[in-house]
Ligand binder design. Structure first.
Ligand code: ARG
Length: 461
């Protein structure tokens, strides 16, 4: 018999039960559900709405259920459709009438709104912790490769010299923003929907400030309709996770390129690469490819929930039961991807000699050549044209700029002198890019220090 069977003359159809149940996935919320019920019962007792004996029985009963669930001794049933009714039914079976008083002044609508919000709140530090570990790996690798010159790209064309460290630290910045985005989400979500009732509050003299404080919220949500129907926090989380995955997918794409024979900038550790069933020579970057691929899945989770919520009238609608699976899936995906990605980066071998070789071809010091002439007095636009002519000349001769003789250089401009070779030296080109945020050693050192401070500040919390 259903908990709500009072006004019904017959049982629901079996297919309806199948469609309606959510216990198969919302059982993940058992801890939050019990925590919320404990706070609710305490408040009911303190406000004189139920007796203190009932509170004691409920508390003991719920704690017992929590223990048994964690010990794997509880079998949930679809007869009780969701986690809330499963736990309430278990409680009543164990302690009798006191269990039936727990749901006084509460609805499953504010109950599920509370449980889900607390679940999301609890997962944010997990993702943030993983991101901080990833930052640590990036800083460690960056420290090691500050003088490793590589070509920086635009349009995937060799552009200007940077260091491998500078490239890695660009990702460190993205992941730091991901952390602060998640922290913002956690701040905004920390208001308590419990006490919103089904939608219109309650006639009982409840104390919403008490339950809110008891459950670690900053305060109660101030509108009961909003309280039961707000899922913004879940959407914010999914947006944050989507952006995070977008960052990982860009990084993944570069890892895939760098592992190719065309680049060979890095080699992955055997533990983080896979083979082919037919081609014996293959070592594939499946980890990076899967992370790139799973990004689409997390975007899909965001789109599902946005679409579920679109056009829903106030207040609670059963559509909203569809809020949980996308969030669980996105969290599972992200929480699987970050640590394996970090470990892959931590164990990769960096082929600095190949980076340096790639940097030597592609005229990535052409800007520096133009800058050299500009500093000698030629207007930049003219220096740009002259250098362009030199590049075309070199391309035809199969030479690099620094392989041109001083005579060849002076054919296009008599401003060229012996010191031009220093100006064209790639290590110098990189070292001289010491503007704030640039790839020069002291600048990258500052970037690493800032990220280390950022992680250290959070590790202490
Ligand atoms: N399992 C439901 C959900 O996830 C709980 C709320 C149900 N409320 C209701 N009035 N049917 O949304």
């Amino acid at each position: 018999m259903k908990l709500w069977s009072g006004r019904f003359a017959k049982d629901t159809d079996a297919l309806v039960d199948q469609l309606n149940e959510s216990i198969s996935f919302d059982q993940r919320l058992y801890r939050e559900d019990i925590q919320g019920s404990l706070a609710h019962a305490r408040m009911l007792g303190d406000c004189g709405i139920i007796s203190l004996e009932d509170v004691a029985a409920i508390t003991e009963g719920l704690n017992g259920i929590l223990r048994d669930i964690e010990a794997g001794e509880v079998e949930f049933t679809t007869d009780n459709e969701d986690i809330h009714m499963n736990i309430e039914a278990l409680l009543t079976a164990r302690i009798g009438d006191a269990g039936k008083r727990l749901h006084t002044a509460r609805s499953r609508n504010d109950q599920v709104a509370l449980d889900f919000r607390m679940y999301v709140r609890g997962e944010i530090p997990v993702v943030v912790g993983q991101l901080l570990e990833l930052e640590k790996v990036l800083c460690r690798q960056a420290r090691q490769y500050q003088s490793a010159v590589m070509p920086g790209y635009t349009h995937l064309q060799r552009a200007q010299p940077i260091s491998f460290a500078q490239h890695l630290m660009a990702y460190a910045q993205m992941f730091a923003r991901d952390v602060t985005r998640l922290e913002d989400c956690a701040k905004r979500l920390n208001v308590c929907p419990l006490g919103s009732g089904a939608l219109a509050g309650t006639t009982y003299p409840i104390n919403r400030a008490q339950t809110a404080a008891d459950l670690g919220f900053d305060g109660p949500m101030s509108n009961s309709l909003d309280g039961v129907s707000d899922r913004d926090y879940a959407l914010e989380l999914l947006s944050d996770l989507s952006i995070l995955m977008m960052h990982l997918s860009r990084f993944a794409e570069e890892i895939i390129l760098w592992c190719s024979w065309e680049f060979k900038f890095i080699e992955l550790d055997d533990a983080y690469a896979t083979g082919s069933s037919i081609m014996p020579q293959k070592k594939n970057p499946d980890v990076a490819e899967l992370v790139r691929g799973k990004t689409g899945r997390v975007y899909g989770d965001l789109m599902s929930l946005l679409t579920v919520m679109k056009g829903l009238p106030l207040a609670y609608n059963k559509d909203m039961q569809e809020d949980k699976e996308p969030v669980f899936d996105a969290l599972d995906t992200v929480e699987m991807c970050i640590p394996v990605f970090a470990a892959m980066l931590d164990t990769m071998t960096v082929r600095t000699e190949n980076m340096r070789q790639a940097a030597g071809r592609g005229f990535i010091n052409a800007t520096d050549c133009a800058d050299y002439l500009t500093k000698k007095g030629m207007p930049f636009r003219d220096a740009y044209t002259v250098t362009g002519r030199l590049v075309a000349d070199c391309a035809a001769k199969g030479k690099t700029l620094e392989e041109l003789t001083l005579e060849e250089l002076r054919e296009v401009s008599d401003l060229f002198a012996g010191d031009v070779y220093d100006a064209l030296n790639l290590e110098n080109c990189m070292a001289l890019r010491n503007s704030y945020g640039g790839p020069a050693r002291e600048s990258v050192e500052r970037q690493i220090a800032l990220i280390e401070e950022f992680t250290a500040a959070r590790r202490d919390v």
